[in-house]
Design a protein around this ligand. Structure first.
Ligand SMILES: *Cc1c(COP(=O)(O)O)cnc(C)c1O
Length: 387
């Protein structure tokens, strides 16, 4: 069997070495504690689950969904944007339901990137951006995110020929893996850059509701002119502990939304209607569960920050997202570090280089680990020191 070139060209799985080690440790009876996975351990709130159960029993939800979703769900998304950011959208033209934001991110390069075109992606960043660009036949050009620049890309540093060939720019704030945040002034500089070079912007806002210390993340679409140049993708995964239910949304520029809808209508048949009904309940119902979850994550953040510092790493407590992005002692390889930590303590962290070349020198720890396991992991970190 000969695999298509585009599959052969998929990058090697950078975490393969660590995964193999985890499997070996577990087989040898080691009690492995993983800080590697960003998947909320807290339950989906009961009123949201009740809504799913009711909707599942209603035959009206049985048939094929429309690929552009239920009008009621699109309206619920528009209503959420209105309440949360004071932005109003035409729910038929400027909102598109997604099967999780990863699905939208995966498909969006098919709308704007032709073979030979360039797309700008954050480095370190969510690995789906460059791979989706590559699958569309384009080339991903990494924008280095450095600690000195607050993990924001420097648009002035993009070579002119690259900017001219670029069709698409991915941004992600609050950021995975760096947990950095961006303000509206930064988003306005992105809009200016995009207008100058005729680039579509896709902002991934997966973590906008997971924020600490009274910080409230803005939407890219609050930036003036943002709706002229792009869209935002968001999802219920992180906000409502709904990663397994697979539902999200895109909002913004009507032409972009229309193009993405055309691609999707040829590839998928939308989100199960019962899941869309559940998501309406999540967006329109009481929002206390978000405050409760962020209070838990904030407490975990504070205890884990202390533990990683005592283990010899440097970290700025994040204002948002589910991650600690920790700087290793100078010259330490993130893969070697993660392997050594696992060997010595049974604790798993994600090597930063897995998110791109500029992630080297860092490791990521997730806050989505149950409190008893967190406590045990923290004790092991405190007894250990990076050498
Ligand atoms: C978790 C995450 C998503 C959300 O993915 P879903 O498909 O909506 O579950 C999107 N982007 C980033 C950067 C993430 O970390």
């Amino acid at each position: 069997m000969k695999l298509a070139q585009r599959v052969q060209d998929l990058p090697p799985y950078l975490f393969a070495a660590i995964s193999k080690k985890i499997a070996e440790k577990r087989a040898a009876g080691v009690d492995v504690i993983s800080f590697a996975i960003g998947d909320p351990d807290l339950p989906t709130p009961p009123h949201i689950l009740d809504s799913l159960v009711g909707a599942a029993r209603d035959p009206i939800n049985q048939g094929y969904p429309d690929s552009d979703g239920l009008p009621e769900y699109r309206k619920a998304v528009a209503g959420w944007y209105e309440r949360r950011f004071g932005l109003s959208f035409d729910s038929d033209k400027e909102v598109l339901p997604l099967i999780g934001s990863k699905e939208g991110i995966g498909h969006v390069p098919l709308c704007f990137v032709d073979p030979g075109d360039v797309a700008l992606v954050p480095d370190p960043g969510y690995p789906v951006y460059p791979v989706a660009v590559q699958l569309a036949g384009g080339t991903a050009y990494p924008l280095p995110l450095t600690e000195e620049q607050g993990f924001l890309p420097d648009f002035d540093a993009v070579p002119a020929d690259v900017a001219d060939k670029a069709k698409l720019l991915f941004l992600n704030y609050p950021s995975n893996p760096t947990s950095a945040v961006a303000d509206i002034a930064f988003f306005e500089s992105a809009v200016a850059f995009a207008k100058k070079h005729d680039i579509v912007v896709v902002h991934d806002m997966a973590y906008s509701e997971i924020a600490y210390d009274e910080y409230v993340p803005p939407s890219f679409l609050e930036a003036s002119g943002a709706r002229d140049v792009g869209i935002e993708v968001h999802s219920l995964s992180k906000s409502y502990n709904m990663t397994g239910w697979r539902i999200g949304m895109a909002a913004g520029n009507a032409d972009c939304i229309n193009a993405l809808g055309r691609v999707k209508s040829n590839l998928d048949s939308g989100i199960p209607n019962a899941i869309q009904r559940m998501a309406i309940t999540a967006l329109e119902g009481p929002q206390e569960s978000i405050r409760e979850a962020t209070a838990i994550y904030q407490r975990r953040r504070d205890t884990l920050v202390e533990a990683v510092r005592s283990a010899g790493l440097e970290v700025t407590p994040p204002k948002a997202s589910l991650y600690l992005w920790c700087r290793l002692p100078d010259g330490t390889s993130s893969i070697d570090f993660a392997a050594r930590l696992l060997d010595d303590t049974g604790v798993v962290v994600t090597p930063g280089v897995g998110y791109g070349e500029h992630g080297e020198g860092y490791v990521r720890l997730s806050l989505t680990i149950p409190d008893d396991r967190l406590k045990e992991g923290i004790e092991r970190l405190k007894e250990w020191r990076a050498g």
